[in-house]
Design a protein around this ligand. Sequence first.
Ligand code: 16G
Length: 511
Amino acid sequence: AGSISKMQAGLNAHPSLGLTYTYGTAGFRTSADILDPVMFRLGALAALRSRAQESLPAHISTPQVDPMGEMLQASWEAHAVELANCADEQVEATLKSIAEREGVDMTQQAKVMVGSDTRKSSPALVQAVKDGCLAVGAHCEDFGNLTTPQLHYLVRAHNDSSFGEPTEAGYYAKHAAAFKRLLAHANVSLPIKLKVDCANGVGAPKFAALLPLLAGVFEAELCNQGEGPLNEKCGADYVKVQQGAPSNMTFEGDERCASFDGDADRLVYYFQRAGQFCLLDGDRIASLAAGYLNELAAAAGLSLDLGVVQTAYANGGSSNFLQNEAKVPVAFAKTGVKHLHHKALDFGVGVYFEANGHGTVLFNDKALKTLEKAEYATDSARQAGAMLGDFVQLINQTVGDAISDLLMVEAILALKGMSTEQWAAMYNDLPNRQLKVKVADRTVITTTDAERICVTPAGLQDAINELVEQTPQGRSFVRPSGTEDVVRVYAEADTRENADKLAYAVANKVF
Ligand code: 16G
């Protein structure tokens, strides 16, 4: 009876608004004003998820996360939708039914870890999650403000002590130590200096908290630290889509700059070349990382089976470079981190990045065993092997992490003695254009082959093929967005003019 009254109290405090919620890419994506009942129910669901994994904590931010710090399993996404949309009177029965279907023992202990960002809406949403946990008798630990990847790290470290200390301080210590061990091998003048646009998000205070641990080795000047609205005219997405600098940031010459996005899971770089803005996106980060980690593996005499996972948005220039020049296998996955992450685990070392700057590098069990058991013939091979081990520590393998990815890029550039200009010269991007098209029902568009081919409506792919054939180095695809009510169009070609022309012609076929 006690738990029933707690549930009822929770439902009274977080009543249904009678709305229908859909689960987009990795989360319920809608206005914070209407998320209160959803977060209450997700708190209860996360407790069940935790129980399903024998008391391993699960965590919640709007994207839900599994106990090993990875994205929520697909079957549980369906449970989340069912629970978010049932009537208040049905919440308890729905939870019971999900528990039965998943074979969850409701008497098991449960723990939920929750983090939030700097937005005004956060405290109320966190309270709703806590009440949801309380309603089903689960323990909820509130970590306060965190970047999304920090929360993934904490969940993983909590469940796997070999991963790191399960505290925020542990996150900083682990990454700073690995970075400094790597930098000890670099022949560059220190400290390395960088300007970082923090998108007015939670990345600002969190990155600032790391910097003292890197004193003397690395310095960053932070902009957009929260004085304006989140992601407004700043942040990784703005910079990538506008192909221009964020506001409130000035830079000169070849000064190297980076942008996080609002929750610090995306990273892009940029600088100026002869007064021209020059973007280094997720494809560039993947190419840099894949090339260098392959060099280290070769120097260590190890075969680690490294590959890169890209999405349809990867610039053709990068895919060509990787496959034909760097001789790295490239696999393609659908947009959305969980698809790339999954595919990356097929490789020993799976480098996955979306062009928008979201990604990481995964070392699978086989690769980790190879590293652990390696016997080295020479000191330099041993050193290369140790450095690979340091990259395993430096890279947040739970999910793309702007802070950890930034340190990885800086370490590689320093170790290679490579300038920003040289990094940008690895290959040339094909000019490209992205458009969004509003249609009555975007679900009529379905795709296959990692979203590169359109299956329905009939005839659309033929029309795209025809336009692409008329365009030198042309490539184009359309897909329904997973986060907005639009259809997205991508086109690339030999010139900016041709890329624009192709994109608009394809967009016209979508109507
Ligand atoms: C989400 C995805 C991101 C993807 C984007 C595409 C996660 C954690 N995030 O933000 O990876 O690039 O959606 O959005 O998976 P779209 O479907 O609207 O183009």
